[in-house]
Design a protein around this ligand. Structure first.
Ligand code: AVJ
Length: 318
């Protein structure tokens, strides 16, 4: 055992997940620099309809969304959880500047490279908007923000990031989010809607193999950052979709009996055909979205859909 190795949250979470039965990894760890890059490519691949659908909503309906917020809040700060590269949010931010209802944008993201990119590049595209990025976990960063300011807020949680939680986890998440908000604050949440199950499965099983590479990249990251020796070619990518529960789940399957060792001498054994549960991408019906709002204690304001009703950006108020 090398005593100089720091027991980082990343190491703790990875070893906890790989020691569990069944084994799992946390999707927030997909997003290192290479993972960011692969996710950008997924967003542009033909099977991954979500990005286009939400871009259509935000490019055509941002004015209406912001009018509904300004009604009750007047001026407000815009906070975004899981901002990514901000390429869809920019429509909404530009409209907010035109309407003069917001001049402060706080993107929060787990990826420090994304936040650095936003801090450097977004201000120039949005003259008059103060961009203050925060890299870290959502609630840690919201805590920081709360002590720094108490402006009315519009919190964006776009891109179906909420899908990385199961419905009961989502209820708890929004209950906790609400504790950072005040009466009259808004949240805009992007949900991927239940639809033809094959369309959904294809989005997580693209022909170009990007989603597979995105999943395997987390093993690569573990190799690099935790001194492990995952053999990437000994894992296959296996996505499934259950049209009743709406859960699309991704697994990596060990294709043989194998042992993986880490630089702290940890050994993780895999049996042939043993899965690692990587991610859920939860899909919702319109009714289930309503139920989630009421269970979490938010008031529905208005739902915004793309022309094919594949995706919903849903506005709630505290
Ligand atoms: C970033 C969580 C919205 O679940 O659709 C895309 C991540 N994983 N392809 C999703 C993802 C595989 C994505 N979210």
């Amino acid at each position: 055992m090398n005593e100089l190795l720091v027991d980082s949250p990343f190491r703790q979470d990875i070893l906890k997940g790989l020691s569990a039965n069944p084994k799992y990894l946390l999707p927030k760890y997909f997003y290192d620099a290479r993972g960011d890059e692969l996710f950008q490519q997924i967003m542009h691949c033909p099977e991954y309809y979500l990005t286009q659908a939400e871009a259509e909503i935000l490019s055509l309906q941002s004015r209406r969304i912001l009018e509904r917020c300004a009604n009750t809040s007047g001026q407000f700060d815009i906070v975004e959880l899981g901002a990514g590269d901000g390429s869809k949010t920019i429509f909404l931010l530009q409209e907010a500047l035109r309407m003069q209802c917001s001049q402060q944008y706080y993107p929060i993201d787990i990826s420090p490279s994304m936040i650095a990119y936003l801090n450097q590049n977004l201000g120039a595209k949005l003259p008059g908007m103060q961009v203050s990025g925060l890299a870290g976990d959502y609630f840690d960063m919201l805590e920081q923000l709360q002590t720094a300011n108490d402006q009315p807020k519009l919190v964006l949680f776009l891109g179906a990031t909420v899908g990385n939680m199961l419905p009961r986890e989502a209820v708890q998440f929004f209950q906790q989010l609400k504790s950072f908000l005040r009466q009259g604050d808004h949240v805009l949440v992007g949900f991927d809607l239940k639809k033809n199950p094959q369309t959904i499965l294809d989005a997580y099983n693209d022909k170009g193999g990007l989603t597979k590479a995105f999943n395997l990249n987390l093993l690569q990251r573990i190799n690099r950052e935790l001194g492990a020796n995952f053999q990437l070619h000994q894992f296959s990518h296996f996505p499934v979709y259950d049209p009743i529960t709406g859960s699309c789940k991704s697994y990596l399957i060990s294709t043989c009996d194998q042992r993986v060792t880490f630089d702290d001498d940890t050994v993780i054994a895999f049996e042939r055909d043993e899965p690692i549960y990587m991610e859920v991408s939860q899909k919702y019906s319109k009714t289930e979205i309503q139920q989630l709002a009421s269970q979490a204690g938010f008031k529905p304001v208005e739902s915004f859909y793309d022309s094919r009703h594949q995706f919903a950006d849903v506005l709630w108020r505290v």
